[in-house]
Each structure stands twice: as structure tokens, then as C-alpha cells.
Unconditional design. Structure first.
Length: 292
């Protein structure tokens, strides 16, 4: 796969199809292969040139050498309103994404981010609005402290001891998606097991997860900055999301003038295949709206 050298960071990426450029940004500790191939193909059929990539500190992109902290202590500091030490921030990760667009010769792109990826996408719209044609933020939040509250089962699943072996990584992934998935959409355990195994084989970097978590916590709230965003925006959130509760998505939509909020009944902190037509339809609708 190709990679782009951006400000001392190498980003691994893939492109699919032709048409309107669409950048997919994945979440905390997650590699680009967590955007399912069939979902990507469905976006290509809708007329997009789809770009997916590994964020810094994950997958085959550059790893940062800074020593990770204790994730529970980092969260506690943020909850208490204390500063959080981090080797980089969401702004740096947003600038990485802009650098990738530069590398690909893309002047403006439709941007879709999931979870932490939604936070990075929002940061792109705040600091680089001229590069974002439209924004879809999925199962994300504004970064406010009140949106750090999760259901205990979800937080336990997120902060499970980092795996050391392939089978442990697979079982951790299954446990996470069982704890954080929705109630009315089918859980595809076979896909989760296969993808978790492939992710382990591509790159095993548990320290990157902690450094990315620190970046989220150190970046603080975007709520006020989002009020200046004028990019056509849709916020999608599962009604049963136990990790980033639905009011986090609702607050994001409320902060962005003209944004649409689309609650998906029964969806958790995941994107099962039954939700793809809705998500793809919203991405396509925003593309058409922004072209007017």
C-alpha cells in the first residue's frame, strides 16, 4: 500500500474508485481496515473516490516514541479539569489528514469520521474549513468533560488490559464490541474476529492507543469553536451507544449551525452492516447539498 510523508509522519493509506473525494477517519486505536471493505465499496458505488488511512500511532503509519501514561489516570485528570500530558493533540492529527489531502492533490474533500475520527474531522472543519466540503461525525462528541461519562461496561471494555498475543487481541475485540454494540442490529462476530486478527498481524502497538487517548483528553472541548463552523454537517449517533452517550452527538449537532442530527435506533458504538444504507445515504445527501 502507498504511504505519504507528512511533516515527519508517514501515513499509510488506500484509495478506491473515482468521483467526489471522500476521506474516512477511524477511531481510537483503530486501523483503517476497521472501515469494512464492503462499506467502502458501497460508497464507491455512490460515486465517491474513497480514501482511508491509518492515523499516526496505529497500523502501518508512524509510531511516536513518547512513553504512554496510565489511561485511567489520564481520564481522571481530564474529569477533574486538570491538564493532560500528551505528545500530540487532535489538531496534529487533523493536520496529518490535511497533509494527506495535499499529498493526493485533493483541494476539498467530504470527510467522515467515526468516534475519535469524528473528533479529528470536527477539528479539520474548525481549523481548515476551506478543505472540508462536508462533514459527517459518527458516534462522537464535542470533547466536553460531561461527554466523558460512559456506561461502566463500556469503559471496562475500552480499558481492558492491552493484549500481548494474537488470540488475546481477537478476544478483546469481541468483548469490546459485545459490550459496546447496540441492541437491535446483528453482531457480526466472524467479521470482528477476522478484522482483529488482521489488525494484529499488520501492527501490534498498544502504546499508540494510550497516546491517542491522551491526545483526545489533552485537546479539551470544541463546543465553542464548533459554533463558527459553516460546513454542511450531519451528526449520526446510535441511541444505545454506551461509550459515547447519545447526548454527545446531540450536543455536537447543536453546536454547529444548520447541522442535522440523525439518531439511529438500536445502534451502539459500532457500525453494523444494517446501518450502512442510512450512513451512505447521509453522506451522499450532504455531497449533493454542498454541490448546490
Amino acid at each position: 500500500m502507498p504511504h505519504a510523508a507528512i511533516r515527519g509522519i508517514d501515513l499509510e493509506y488506500e484509495t478506491f474508485g473515482e468521483g467526489a473525494p471522500l476521506l474516512l477517519i477511524m477511531g481510537l486505536g483503530a486501523q483503517m481496515i476497521l472501515w469494512p471493505d464492503d462499506f467502502v465499496a458501497s460508497l464507491v458505488r455512490r460515486g465517491f473516490r474513497v480514501v482511508r488511512f491509518d492515523n499516526r500511532d496505529t497500523g502501518l503509519s508512524s509510531k511516536i516514541s513518547a512513553r504512554p501514561g496510565d489511561p485511567r489516570k489520564l481520564i481522571a485528570r481530564r474529569v477533574l479539569g486538570l491538564s493532560v500530558p500528551a505528545p500530540y493533540t487532535l489538531r496534529d492529527m487533523a493536520d496529518d489528514a490535511i497533509g494527506l489531502l495535499d499529498h493526493l492533490g485533493i483541494e476539498r474533500a467530504h470527510v467522515v469520521g467515526a468516534s475519535m475520527g469524528g473528533m479529528i474531522a470536527q477539528t479539520m472543519a474548525i481549523h481548515h474549513p476551506e478543505r472540508v466540503q462536508s462533514l459527517v461525525s459518527i458516534m462522537s462528541s464535542t470533547g466536553s468533560r460531561r461527554h466523558l461519562l460512559s456506561k461502566p461496561r463500556a469503559l471496562r471494555a475500552l480499558l481492558r488490559e492491552r493484549p500481548r498475543r494474537r488470540q488475546e487481541a481477537v478476544e478483546n475485540a469481541v468483548a469490546f464490541f459485545r459490550a459496546c454494540g447496540g441492541t437491535t442490529h446483528a453482531f457480526d462476530e466472524e467479521w470482528v474476529r477476522d478484522t482483529a486478527g488482521r489488525a494484529f498481524d499488520r501492527s501490534f502497538n498498544p502504546a499508540g492507543f494510550v497516546r491517542q487517548l491522551a491526545a483526545i483528553l489533552a485537546s479539551g472541548s470544541r463546543r465553542e469553536a464548533l459554533r463558527a463552523v459553516r460546513v454542511p454537517t450531519t451528526v449520526i449517533h446510535g441511541t444505545d451507544d454506551p461509550l459515547i452517550l447519545p447526548h454527545g452527538g446531540a450536543a455536537t449537532a447543536a453546536a454547529i449551525r444548520g447541522a442535522s442530527f440523525v439518531p439511529v435506533r438500536g445502534m451502539g458504538h459500532d457500525m453494523p452492516s444494517s446501518t450502512w444504507p442510512l450512513i451512505g445515504g447521509e453522506v451522499e445527501r450532504l455531497r449533493d447539498r454542498s454541490a448546490r
